[in-house]
Design a protein around this ligand. Structure first.
Ligand code: CP3
Length: 347
């Protein structure tokens, strides 16, 4: 592979500059994405391999990021399990929520093939088109984060319905989490078989649970999923938002790196957990709403805040690119990272 910086960083090899890619690097802030979305609905876009490939390549063509993440969404496996998913102006919406054991029984654990998941075809195509240049990242949600959407039905700040489900019917909650985990295992395995050389698991709603509840309902499934994926020998990145209280537990999982939100001091995480676990992040996406000079300064500060960024560090945002982000600010961030090695030598 011509550019294996990301793989090297995930393997804790010394790199001349940190690799960079961005969560939600494809999406609404890009006019070329919006152009396609004017013609095609979001789910149709995810389920059309040719278009998904085109959209996945858009940010790579523009910015030369060190990785390409396949364009899809974490909620597609929930749809394939049997939920009626739509994307509205206000985000995702599931019309037949899971509320009891009977609903859970009806859910399938779909076979992971190209018919069920056109994303696998997209990964395969990306691998052929760009896989010799940069790594292709596959992804899924974490079992707990999918549970949140499947029981709440839409994005929420607190997911009270999902939590109420845990407390009132823990046995059913475990059944559902187990079914989700099996589904994700098959899907992620096939993403690797189709050409993904890195996997990222998004536990976006990790932070809403107490440590005790996370240990009961989320961690066992995540741990299971990760250890079952280990034989594939592909590095796994785990994104957990707002989860500093969970970090001691998350850092014990066999992942190559933790993707951290902007609330953390990266050096504190290093001091606490050492270089045995990689770190990814963590610029506040809101910084990309400012101006190029600010973005450049904040990006440099972020890298310099970690004493040994040369080992096991990946530049990224603390969460996804926001739709109103000016494109020149994304160039400013990426280019600052590209120029970083030269500046270090000159300093
Ligand atoms: O470039 C990439 O990073 C790959 C594509 C990607 C999308 N969603 C595309 C998308 C990835 C990795 C995701 C993950 C995802 N999806 C997460 C985890 C990461 C996170 O952001 O916390 C979650 C929670 C979802 C669920 C989801 N999808 C929500 C809540 C929404 C609505 C909010 C929003 O941003 O609109 C989506 C829609 C979505 N997923 C869009 C994109 C580009 C916007 C849809 C559009 O084009 O209208």
């Amino acid at each position: 592979m011509q550019n294996d910086l990301l793989l090297k960083a995930l393997n804790h090899e010394i790199v001349p500059r940190p690799p960079i890619w961005l969560m939600r690097q494809a999406g609404r802030y890009l006019p070329e994405y919006q152009k396609i979305r004017q013609e095609v609905g979001f789910l149709d876009l995810c389920n059309n391999p040719e278009l998904a490939v085109e959209v996945s390549l858009q940010p790579y063509k523009r910015f030369n990021t060190d990785a390409i993440i396949v364009f899809s969404d974490i909620l597609l496996p929930a749809q394939k399990m049997g939920l009626e998913l739509e994307f509205t102006e206000d985000g995702p919406r599931i019309n037949n929520l899971i509320s009891n054991e009977a609903d859970i029984k009806k859910l399938q654990i779909p076979l992971a093939n190209e018919e069920t998941y056109p994303t696998l075809t997209a990964i395969n195509m990306l691998k052929k088109i760009a896989g010799e240049k940069v790594p292709i990242i596959g992804f899924s949600g974490a079992p707990w984060t999918l549970f949140c959407y499947m029981t709440e039905g839409y994005s929420s700040t607190n997911f009270y319905k999902a939590k109420k489900f845990l407390y009132t019917n823990p046995q059913a909650a475990h059944q559902l989490l187990s079914k989700i985990t099996n589904t994700l295992f098959l899907y992620l395995t096939m993403q690797v078989n189709s050409g993904a050389s890195v996997l990222q698991i998004f536990d976006t709603w990790a932070g809403i649970l107490s440590l005790e509840d996370y240990k009961t309902f989320a961690l066992p499934y995540l741990k299971h999923l990760i250890s079952d994926l280990m034989p594939l020998k592909v590095p796994i990145i785990l994104y957990a938002n707002n989860a500093s209280h969970l970090l001691p537990k998350l850092s014990m999982l066999k992942v190559a790196a933790l993707s951290l939100d902007w609330r953390y001091s990266l050096q504190d995480v290093r001091d606490n957990f050492g270089t045995s676990i990689g770190i990814q992040g963590n610029l506040d996406p809101a910084i990309l709403l400012t101006d190029q000079a600010t973005v450049r300064e904040k990006t440099k500060q972020m890298i310099q805040s970690i004493k040994n960024w040369q080992v096991g560090y990946i530049c990224n945002l603390g969460h996804g690119v926001l739709p109103p982000t000016p494109i020149e600010n994304v160039y400013a961030m990426v280019d600052t990272v590209f120029e970083f090695a030269n500046e270090v030598v000159m300093a």
